[in-house]
Ligand binder design. Structure first.
Ligand code: NAD
Length: 362
């Protein structure tokens, strides 16, 4: 099959880790007989340097022509980079916010998976993680408290601030459908997280999720209050498959879940819209402190590419092959410096990419 893939190499370690992820995708195309047509897209600091703005209209138009976009990460050192002398709307991050908006990316998907070989990096006790865990957090990205009306006023000499948490049923339905679809590709369980004992928006959330669940009788649905979920993530993370939640709860819970895995260089993420299109990127930033040193861990970007194969290109077997390649390379003891431990073999960014590409087999 043929696909068009946009590549945003980005800033800092971005170009290095995207090159390695492309190497792995090339191995997939060879092994499975697909053709990937790549389009390089400029975003962030790289776009500021080339075009004077963090995102151009041409780049948006080109991204819309792609089946999916794979991104490294953007941004520089806020203290030393000239990009941060610019007004906020011209800085690298403004480009990222705009491309998410232009592409209608309303669903953010972040997996938290514990690799047997990296268990030592997990801050939880051995008895809690004995069986590992493998969950994803589906977070609503364009509604809720972060996008509601807000104001700060002075009333009778007292300062008062108001933020508004709004969701309509359409916004809830579309993300719930996404979560149930993804659960179908996994262990078929959705935990919808809300604060329905207090918030009206959560009561509507719960009601709409129940309605959507009627079309997915093969998927188990449970509801959990957000405070309980925050506890359960560190008490028994293995109970979760897909956690579905609104914007702010998801912001907090996804950071909690990723810290539980302990390895920032291993964490992938995806932002999806209503079609099969998605923007895939590692959860970490552009790590300017290690850029150009050939030591960055490319695995989070490689795993983001695996998510792209699964969720945008519908190539499940190929996604499995990439994920298995990561497991095999770790099992053989190869590590980049950030995940290095005693008795393992330390490799560079490029060597890790080569090892992963070599492990891809049809
Ligand atoms: P960061 O994630 O880039 O780095 C934090 C620490 O983790 C650093 O010590 C770094 O060396 C290390 N690290 C990160 N990724 C690594 C990898 N793949 N391999 C090995 N080590 C890795 O966070 P930061 O330093 O706060 O931010 C740096 C820049 O990245 C900032 O400009 C920030 O705005 C940007 N950023 C971009 C995104 C994005 O593109 N979506 C996300 C977060 C941060």
């Amino acid at each position: 099959m043929e696909f068009r893939i946009g590549l945003i190499r980005g800033d800092g370690i971005g170009p290095e880790i995207v090159t390695e992820a492309k190497k792995v995708l090339d191995a997939v195309s060879c092994a499975y007989g697909h053709t990937f047509h790549y389009t390089d897209l400029l975003l962030g600091g790289a776009s500021i340097d080339a075009c004077g703005v963090p995102l151009t209209d041409e780049t948006v138009a080109e991204a819309k022509q792609c089946d999916a976009v794979l991104m490294g990460s953007i941004g520089g050192d806020a203290k030393t980079s000239p990009w941060y002398q610019l007004p906020p709307e011209k800085r690298p991050e403004a480009g990222l916010l705009r491309i998410r908006k232009e592409l209608g990316l309303f669903a953010n998907l972040r997996p938290a998976y514990l690799y047997e070989e990296l268990k030592d990096a997990c801050p939880l006790k051995e008895e809690i993680i004995a069986d590992g865990f493998d969950l994803v957090i589906m977070r609503e990205l364009t509604g809720g408290l972060y996008f509601g009306e807000r104001k700060t006023v002075v009333e009778d000499g007292i300062r008062k601030a108001v933020d508004t948490l709004t969701y309509n049923e359409k916004e809830i339905r579309r993300i719930a459908v996404r979560a149930f679809d993804i659960a179908r590709k996994r262990r078929k369980k959705v935990t919808s997280v809300d604060k329905a004992n207090v918030l009206d928006s959560s009561r509507l959330w719960r009601a709409v999720v129940e309605e959507v669940a009627k079309d997915y009788t093969d998927v188990t649905l449970e509801h959990m209050l957000v405070d309980n979920c925050a506890m359960q993530l560190v008490r028994d993370p293995a109970q979760f498959d897909v956690i579905l939640t609104e914007n702010m709860f998801g912001d907090i819970l996804s950071d909690e879940a990723s810290m539980v895995t302990g390895s920032i260089g291993m964490l992938s993420s995806a932002s999806l819209n209503e079609s099969s299109f998605g923007l895939y990127e590692p959860s970490h930033g552009s790590a300017p402190d290690i850029a150009g040193k050939n030591i960055a861990n490319p695995i989070a970007t490689v795993l983001s590419a695996a998510m792209m194969l699964r969720y945008s290109l519908n190539l499940d077997q190929e996604a499995d092959a990439v994920e298995q390649a990561v497991k095999r390379v770790l099992k053989k003891g190869y590590r980049t410096v950030d995940i290095m431990s005693e008795g393992c073999i330390q490799v560079s960014t490029i060597q890790m990419g080569d090892l992963l590409a070599k492990e891809i087999e049809a």
